[in-house]
Design a protein around this ligand. Structure first.
Ligand code: HEM
Length: 522
């Protein structure tokens, strides 16, 4: 997930001109013939010309042989650190999609049109290539990376862990974790009113997922192991991102010899030690008859208990390897995404004081002092929810995902791609696409007013289709609790000297952290 996208070998077909055709999408037919693909670079490194021999799938009738075309298309080489900014420019020029070059013959089609998204997310193409490959040694084949029948079995097994009855009591645990973070902020404010919040929020969301999904008690926000885990995740986020973009880092054998490869290995070990501890402790607790009885009497098991008691279709429990993969997947997915979400939402509200105040008033009238926020409250903050969604649009915590086409595809405008092609679904570019969202850079919560209409695939922070986010209700609850309790305690303003620079990693980060100015409210 995240910017888990890179390229495959470019074989792109072109169909009839459609809604996205005003600008050819960067694909142009220039001739016909059969020859070996060649790659030629122009003087401008950000606009390479690739000449390739490609199949056209569009005009193929039942008895018609595939026709071969020559194509020339400008490829975008995204310079590290400017990827999101370049997307914005290209969305204006190429409304639906554009091919992206990483290195060598590595090309993928970056998609940011709702109809294209809908088609791809409605299929079951595997998540393959790029960062997905490089995070496998870390999170293993858990729900995020599994495919086919095994994925289906795991999804069915784990869905009950997100049942409303399970999620309800989590609201109190979430609120407790948020209050610990806010207490810490209050203390820190006595020294300095400026704070980099991303790390604090990450510790808080890790604390929350440990308590909710893994029944792991304790104060993780002050715990060294949790801090080491957060740092390890941060390192791996950066290292995986850099690895995808470096032709020399692709093979494990060479990568392992580099200093980045060694740092990656070290970070992975730290992450695994953390999840091993959680599994061991829970297994030890379940040796105790009393605890076992408690679990047996629960109407709904929580996440880790489901895994520990799981019986697959063949009657066997999960292997240790599969269990570890799920724990690694949920430990990471369950905290880093929400940390990004909460941090960017708070930043968005800090930069829009009028909306911030309107949310605060809504929450004050609902919660008073906020001492007891409950499940029932979460549906009664419509304006705050609109602001949260608008911030998720501008700053989608998962900026993009990738798929490898398992069969050819023809988009509604007639353009087609062959089997095996890698496609990057850029949620960030979709959410900033001026053809989908007028004035996309403007923070306007009314886009999410109850009577506002939009394409079913215009807003995809949690992706869509069968591989959508299993934790989205958990996540939305956590975002609401965190935003509500923070606004009750603090007034937020941006730090004018440290404006965050959105940068894509597996989750959306800021290159220079997210710095806010906080004022304690009486
Ligand atoms: C704001 C917070 C979150 C956002 C924006 C988010 C977003 C996403 C997205 C975009 C995907 C699709 C990934 C892909 O196709 O490669 C996804 C999948 C997933 N998410 Fe989330 N997520 C969030 C929170 C969570 C939480 C809290 C959990 C767990 C408690 C979670 C667990 C997962 C898992 C396991 C998958 C894989 C699902 C599957 O393939 O069946 N996420 N998420």
């Amino acid at each position: 997930m995240g910017c888990l996208t890179d390229g495959g070998h470019s074989r792109v077909g072109k169909g009839r001109e459609g809604s996205c055709s005003g600008s050819t999408n960067g694909l142009e037919s220039v001739g016909q013939g059969r020859s070996v693909p060649t790659l030629a670079s122009s003087s401008n490194s950000s606009k390479l010309l690739i000449t390739a021999n490609m199949q056209n799938y569009r005009h193929r009738g039942p008895n018609e042989e595939p026709r071969l075309y020559w194509f020339v298309f400008p490829l975008v080489q995204f310079q590290t650190g400017q990827e999101l900014q370049v997307f914005q420019k290209w969305t204006e020029k190429y409304p639906c999609a554009c091919p992206r070059w990483l290195w060598g013959s590595r090309v993928s089609l970056v998609v940011y049109d709702p109809d294209y998204m809908k088609m791809i997310l409605g299929r079951s193409d595997p998540k393959a290539g790029g960062s997905y490959t490089f995070i496998t040694p870390w999170i293993g084949y858990g729900l995020l990376l599994l495919h086919g029948e095994t994925w289906f079995q795991h999804r069915r097994m784990l869905t009950p862990a997100f049942h409303y009855d399970i999620l309800k009591p989590y609201v109190r645990l979430m609120a407790d974790s948020v209050q610990v973070m806010l207490d810490k902020w209050e203390e820190l404010l006595t020294q300095n009113s400026h704070l980099e919040i991303f790390e604090h929020v990450s510790l808080m969301t890790l604390d929350t997922i440990m308590k909710c999904a893994f029944s792991y008690q304790g104060n993780h926000q002050a715990d060294r192991n949790s801090q080491a885990y957060i740092q390890a995740i941060r390192d791996m986020n950066n290292l995986v991102f850099a690895r995808v973009r470096n032709v020399f880092y692709q093979k494990d054998i060479f990568y392992g010899l580099t200093s980045e490869g060694r740092r990656n290995h070290k970070a992975r070990q730290i992450a695994h030690q953390h999840t091993d501890r959680v599994i061991k402790l829970r297994k030890a607790q379940l040796q105790d008859e009393g605890e076992l009885e408690k679990v047996r009497n629960k109407r709904h098991l929580d996440f880790l208990d489901i895994l520990l008691f799981a019986k697959m279709e063949n009657g066997k429990g999960l292997s240790d390897k599969d269990l570890r993969a799920e724990v690694d997947t949920f430990m990471f997915e369950g905290h880093d995404t929400t940390a990004s979400g909460i941090s960017w939402i708070l930043y968005a509200l800090a930069t829009h004081p009028e909306h911030q105040q309107r949310c605060r008033e809504e929450i004050q009238s609902l919660l008073g002092d906020g001492a007891s926020i409950t499940w029932e409250h979460l549906d009664q903050m419509p304006y705050t929810t609109m602001c949260i969604k608008e911030a998720l649009r501008l700053y989608p915590p998962v900026p993009g995902v990738g798929r490898e086409l398992s069969k050819p595809i023809t988009f509604p405008d007639g353009r087609s791609l062959p089997k095996g092609f890698l496609v990057s679904l850029s949620f960030y570019a979709l959410h900033h696409n001026p053809n989908v969202w007028p004035n996309p850079e403007v923070f306007d919560p009314s886009r999410f007013a109850p009577d506002a209409s939009r394409h079913s695939h215009a807003f995809l922070p949690f992706s869509g289709g069968s591989r959508n986010c299993i934790g989205k209700h958990f996540a939305m609850n956590e975002l609401k609790v965190a935003v509500a309790l923070t606004l009750l305690r603090f007034e937020l303003a941006p730090d004018p000297f440290k404006i965050p620079v959105p940068t894509p990693r597996i989750v959306l980060m800021s290159k220079n952290g997210i710095h806010l100015h906080l004022r304690k409210l009486l």
